[in-house]
Design a protein around this ligand. Structure first.
Ligand SMILES: Nc1ncnc2c1ncn2[C@@H]1O[C@H](COP(=O)(O)OP(=O)(O)OP(=O)(O)O)[C@@H](O)[C@H]1O
Ligand SMILES: [Mg+2]
Length: 215
């Protein structure tokens, strides 16, 4: 059975779709432990950003041997996720902002839930409901700080506050980097478009950390 990794956060624009796409490319490539994995993407967000990125990818690169997109929506999502697990090593589910039902389904089905969060008190506070939902569903969360600015005086204080509150914070964090956005515009992940960049190194660290957590 495939690993199911859901990316969820009720706060819009926190980086769910970006994290989903970049992680998919990292896991599907051979740069992590030399073994490419078979990925299935499931886009539960009616905005369909992950779907749009994947279609663009197909247009540019042709059919992808290692990444597929499977349709799923609403109440059917649970069985679609189970079915996708038959021919994948990893399923990544991207979820919409503020949608109780499909987010709950995606959390319930997941081995781990990645919660991207920007490094601002407002975003940290806005993460509480999703962390509570994950706890209620008895699932493990991994909060990933995203768009971390190069210099921020408040950053250390906020991180220690998160640690004091026992928020399950990933060691890997993602900086605020143009490379993340630029590669998505090309239908690529940053590990493909700019493999030697800091952004790619950050994604590879996160990809390895997530796999270690679920191992
Ligand atoms: N680490 C980063 N560095 C620079 N830009 C980023 C980074 N992460 C995300 N972005 C940009 O932030 C915006 C929001 O990202 P994204 O669409 O992935 O968030 P989301 O949580 O999926 O949003 P929604 O809630 O609408 O689904 C996008 O323009 C994206 O390119
Ligand atoms: Mg999104």
């Amino acid at each position: 059975m495939a690993l199911v990794i859901t990316v969820a956060q009720q706060k819009g624009g926190s980086g769910k779709t970006s994290v989903a796409a970049h992680l998919a490319c990292a896991w599907a490539g051979r740069q992590l432990n030399g073994s490419a994995r078979k990925l299935v993407l499931i886009d539960l967000d009616p905005q369909e950003s992950l779907t749009t990125w994947f279609r663009l990818r197909e247009e540019k690169l042709g059919p992808d041997a290692n990444i597929a997109l499977k349709p799923a929506s609403g109440w059917r999502a649970t069985s679609e996720i189970q079915r996708a697990g038959r021919d994948a090593d990893i399923i990544i589910v991207d979820s919409p902002p503020q949608s109780e039902t499909s987010t709950r389904i995606a959390i319930r089905a997941a081995d781990i839930i990645i919660v991207p969060c920007q490094l601002s008190p407002l975003d940290v506070w806005a993460s509480r409901p999703i962390l509570e939902m994950i706890a209620r569903e008895n699932r493990s969360a991994l909060v990933v700080l995203n768009r971390v600015p190069a210099r921020a005086n408040h950053a250390e204080e906020l991180v220690s506050q998160l640690k004091r509150d026992r928020v399950p914070l990933a060691r890997a964090a993602l900086g605020n980097r143009v490379a993340f956005t630029a590669s998505l515009m090309e239908g690529l992940g940053v590990v493909e478009s700019d493999p030697h960049s800091v952004a790619a190194a950050e994604i590879r660290l996160l990809a390895s950390e997530v796999l270690r957590k679920v191992a």
